[in-house]
Design a protein around this ligand. Structure first.
Ligand code: DGJ
Length: 703
């Protein structure tokens, strides 16, 4: 059983490989006695407390709490702060009940304030096979007086002892997922977004370890289902434990609850891996793909896409797009996407956002001419939109200047010449639902690239209403979810990609609603290897669009086609080059790679990922994907420069069936070996010169 009540005051949450033991301490505090590798006799914890016995320190500093709240001698960060009507701001509770829900995988613990009629419900859901525990909270005001929530995180986690490291990112546009692992030995470490969306800098995940590696060491991790401002705090508490808490950021959001009102936080999904980052990755990829992803498209590999953005930028026209589509179809592309620039007034980025009707100067016969041709060529058709934005030069803004966030006393700050619609306003969301429902109903559209290209700067409207304004950050994100939910309901066949100036919206909130992410505008293959590697720690490969582009791009270098293509083929392949500017030979080669990708894509997108080696500590970066039935595997290896004449590199595989015979080809030579051999002895690969790469397709050798 996934949730076990050991007594009225103690519960064990058990997944296939982990246990979390919760209990009420002698002082009435809900605490976490244990979180780690699976304990088979949870009863051994009965009667224990997490109090670490440190001398001369008040109890609340010592207990590994599940729901710490500001005040009450918490001289550290806490996961909640509630201000009651008389100004009291410490929530002191008694545990009212601990019950298993009607679903045996759910536990609810109710905390009741000792004086005010306010309750906090802590919910837990166990995903036994996926090894994930979900936590979320509901705060309820049962009294007449209003209550002010000043911090309302989703979950808190504690780990005993010290010497932990925390992994997160310090990135920016075109440098997303720039990963660091840092010791958390003193002071609180805060990972936070102030951008109004997840952003390119840090990410709403946590990964905690003690010198773990790819295939060994314990790792505790989690991901918040939220696409707005978040805050994660990792703090070593001086009485001997590490506290990790995460939720919607309280830096610029609060919630007022009137009589009978409640607020439910978004969930956080947490897990534990005994054998390093690789195990963590495979567990969370499966969980995301099998359980969280939108059901309509779950377990379906994504089609090979062509996007015309780099070829034409805003200079879009029916004729030129049809020409590109014809070339793309010849290469074997399955989804043809027109990016920015197709709608009225959109000659560059100064105008047009908000007016979502086709520009008849560019498409005199409407979109139909192009969509019909694309479909006749046997491809799906996709279109770019940026629903949350308007340019000030747009009819929508002229008609509804009050729909964008602004302060009455100031000029609106622009980013990329655009303003942000108030998505917390139901009227705006209704309008956008109708607009895009109409666009999707009137045109034959199979895919939408949903972009978002500015950070929030001013969250105001014509009239100041404190209770509304303090929730803008929260309600704006829920408005976005509402819009995509409605569009998905009305058009379940459409595939949605989340993009925000590249990877600004890669998070588990978007994962719930979108089918894929655009992780970065940076398609330089060397940078991409680093970005994609760090992305892959907790985000699934099927969601990772990776384009082949071939120009001097970001880093003023040209990388050979096979290296660049191989990098793009480690994700959900896309092509982003100008097809009018490539030679016949390049066309032929490209078509060959696309054919090859179609043979391996199920294994790449839906299989298990093994990061065999990384440029972070090896001259070779090797990635292996293994199908879930372990019958197929794909190995990619990359070497930037041959050095010291060392061209031969041995790569040991993982995840195969040791007893199974496998076969593969290298340099036209067929080799057959057992899984055991391949995992223990490995494969020798020749990676010669600069920018060398290899792709090896391995199959169970059943004959
Ligand atoms: C930013 C995106 O990241 C790009 O891929 C492209 O869609 C542009 N916006 C279009 O304006």
């Amino acid at each position: 059983m996934a949730v076990k009540l050991l007594s009225t005051q103690t519960a064990a949450l058990e997944t296939a490989g982990s246990s979390m033991i919760l209990s009420v301490s002698p002082d009435g505090i809900l605490e976490c006695l244990y979180w780690g590798s699976r304990i088979h006799r949870a009863e051994d914890f009965l009667g224990e407390t997490s109090d670490c016995q440190t001398v001369n320190v008040d109890n609340l500093q010592k207990v590994r709490e599940e729901c710490s709240s500001y005040g009450s001698k918490h001289f550290r960060e806490t996961s909640m702060k509630i201000r009651f009507a008389d100004g009291t701001d410490d929530f002191r509770y008694t545990v009212q009940m601990m019950t298993v829900g009607t679903d045996p995988n759910e536990l609810e613990v109710v905390l009741q304030d000792i004086h005010f009629p306010v309750t906090v419900h802590l919910y837990y859901r166990v995903y036994e096979e996926a090894d994930v525990i979900e936590k979320w909270r509901k705060i309820e005001n049962g009294g007449k007086d209003p209550v002010h929530l000043e911090r309302f995180f989703s979950g808190e986690f504690t780990l005993p002892g010290e010497g932990y490291q925390s992994i997160n990112y310090n990135g920016r546009w075109a440098k997303e997922f720039h990963m660091y692992s840092e010791p958390v030995d003193s002071g609180a470490k805060v990972y936070e977004s102030f951008y109004g969306l997840t952003g390119h800098n840090t990410n709403p995940i946590f990964i905690i370890h003690q010198d773990a590696r790819e295939d060994h060491g314990e790792v505790w991790y989690g991901a918040l289902e939220w696409s707005g401002n978040f805050k994660t705090i990792v703090e070593p508490v001086n009485t001997g434990f590490l506290s990790v808490m995460t939720g919607i950021s309280d830096s610029n959001a609060a919630v007022t609850l009137h009589e009978g009102e409640s607020f439910t936080t978004p969930p956080v999904y947490a897990g534990y891996a005994q054998n390093g980052f690789g195990e963590m990755t495979r567990k969370m990829h499966r969980f995301a793909d099998d359980i969280l992803a939108p059901a309509e498209k779950r377990k379906e590999a994504l089609p090979v896409l062509y996007n015309s953005w780099y070829a034409t930028t805003f200079d879009v026209s029916a004729g030129a797009q049809i020409q590109l589509a014809e070339k793309a179809a010849e290469l074997g592309v399955e989804l043809f996407v027109v990016d920015d620039g197709w709608f009225v007034g959109r000659k560059d980025d100064t105008a047009g956002l908000g007016d979502w009707s086709v520009d008849l100067e560019k498409f005199p016969k409407g979109l139909r001419e192009l969509t019909d041709r694309v479909h006749a060529l046997g491809m799906k058709f996709g279109l770019w939109i940026e629903p949350e934005m308007v340019n000030c030069i747009s009819s929508l803004y002229q008609k509804h200047p009050d729909w964008v966030y602004h302060y009455q006393s100031r000029r609106i700050l622009e980013q990329r010449h655009q303003y942000e619609l108030n998505m917390s306003d139901p009227e705006v969301v209704d309008y956008l639902t109708d607009t895009f429902d109409c666009l999707l109903s009137e045109n034959d559209i199979d895919y939408i690239k949903w972009d978002m290209n500015r950070y929030q700067a001013e969250r105001g409207t014509d009239t100041y209403c404190p209770e509304k304004w303090e929730r803008f950050e929260i309600d704006n994100t829920y408005g976005i979810y509402r819009l995509i939910q409605r569009l998905r309901e009305k058009h379940p066949e459409v595939e949605f990609e989340a993009c925000a100036s590249g990877g600004g919206r890669v998070d588990y909130g978007a994962l719930r609603w979108f089918d894929e992410y655009w992780p970065s505008d940076n398609s330089d293959p060397i940078d991409r290897l680093a970005i994609q590697e760090a992305y892959s720690f907790l985000y699934p490969i099927r969601y990772m669009r990776a384009w082949y582009t071939q120009d001097e791009g970001m880093n003023h270098r040209l990388v050979p086609m096979d290296f660049s293509m191989h990098v793009a083929m480690t994700g959900a392949l896309g092509i982003g080059i100008d097809l009018n500017r490539i030679s016949e030979k390049e066309e032929k080669d490209l078509a060959g790679y696309i054919r090859e990708y179609k043979q391996i894509r199920d294994t790449v997108q839906l299989g298990d990922l093994y990061r065999l080696s990384s440029f972070r500590n090896s001259p070779v970066q090797a990635l292996e994907y293994v199908s879930r039935d372990r019958k197929d595997a794909v190995l990619f290896a990359f070497c930037l420069h041959e050095r010291y004449g060392e061209e031969l590199h041995t790569v040991r595989l993982s995840g195969l069936d040791p007893d199974k015979p496998y076969a593969f080809e290298i340099d036209g030579k067929r080799i057959a070996k057992t899984g055991e051999y391949l995992m223990k002895r490995g494969i020798d690969l020749r990676l010669r010169g600069d920018y060398a790469s290899a792709l090896v397709k391995i199959h169970a050798d059943d004959h």
